[in-house]
Design a protein around this ligand. Structure first.
Ligand code: ADP
Ligand code: ADP
Length: 230
């Protein structure tokens, strides 16, 4: 059963750049998907389309079986169900300490304060951020910032998690930690999509690979099939 379907989706920026050109793809619930592609291939644009920050300039997107109409109510729901961890985690950490940053997302979900605290404490253990809880985010290393950003998204329990180059700029030790974390975070109802240049990560983690090249979808399939045929 698909969580997201793209039907002939194109996205053209205001300056005329065609970032995605008639992309068709289906993303099944519970899959772990790696997107690879050249710089400028359209990966970030695709991610912004997934959570409704951008709207296709042509074609349509279905989320959970429903065609997006971009009403305000729908956008609010979409942002609760699609959690994005941006490549540069600084852009999404803005509270005075790690605990408040992780709490920020679930706080907007109308949960009881007991449930919010339960989730925050649970994800702090999983992401190994509990010792950092009183630390202001700007004192954190890049690897720590990524873990905090991931924790904040996981605490919202999104159906779809999207991570833009989660291991970029990390040394092998922290890359391994993030990869371990990505394995723990996965469960049958949560779909995870990430972009990466890290081939080890693709092989070790992904069920499926999507290859984008200059705005075109070149291939989608199992890791073995895609690498055998391209
Ligand atoms: P990727 O994440 O794969 O590097 P992007 O989605 O960032 O690719 O970019 C796809 C194409 O769209 C590139 O040619 C890029 O320069 C262009 N692009 C991205 N953002 C903008 C923007 N805000 N305005 C104009 N062009 C953009
Ligand atoms: P990434 O490394 O994730 O592919 P980029 O370096 O392509 O990111 O882009 C970083 C930021 O700059 C993004 O917000 C993107 O939308 C924007 N951007 C990229 N290309 C252009 C462009 N040609 N014009 C304006 N903004 C751009």
């Amino acid at each position: 059963e698909p969580i997201v379907t793209f039907e002939q989706v194109s996205y053209q920026y205001a300056d005329g750049t065609l970032a995605l050109d008639r992309v068709n793809l289906t993303i099944e619930i519970g899959k772990k998907i790696a997107i690879i592609g050249n710089n400028g291939a359209g990966k970030s644009t695709l991610f912004l389309l997934l959570n409704g920050i951008l709207k296709p300039t042509s074609g349509s997107i279905l989320f959970d079986g429903k065609k997006l109409t971009y009403s305000r109510k729908e956008m609010k729901e979409l942002r609760q169900q699609v959690g994005i961890v941006f490549q540069n985690p600084e852009t999404q950490l803005f509270s005075s300490n790690v605990y408040d940053d992780i709490k920020f997302g679930p706080k907007n979900l109308q949960l009881s304060s007991a449930e919010i605290e339960r989730r925050v404490n649970e994800v702090m253990i999983v992401t190994e951020t509990e010792l950092l809880k009183d630390t202001p985010p700007h004192f954190l290393s890049i690897g720590q910032k990524k873990r905090v950003a991931i924790a904040g998204i996981v605490a919202m329990d999104p159906k779809l998690m999207v991570l833009d180059e989660p291991t970029a700029g990390l040394d092998p030790y922290y890359s391994k930690k993030i990869m371990a974390l990505l394995k723990v975070m996965h469960h049958p109802n949560r779909t995870i999509i990430l972009s990466t240049h890290n081939v080890d990560l693709v092989y070790e983690w992904a069920d499926e690979v999507i290859i984008l090249f200059d705005g075109h979808l070149l291939a989608q399939g199992s890791v073995v099939d895609v690498f055998r045929n391209t």
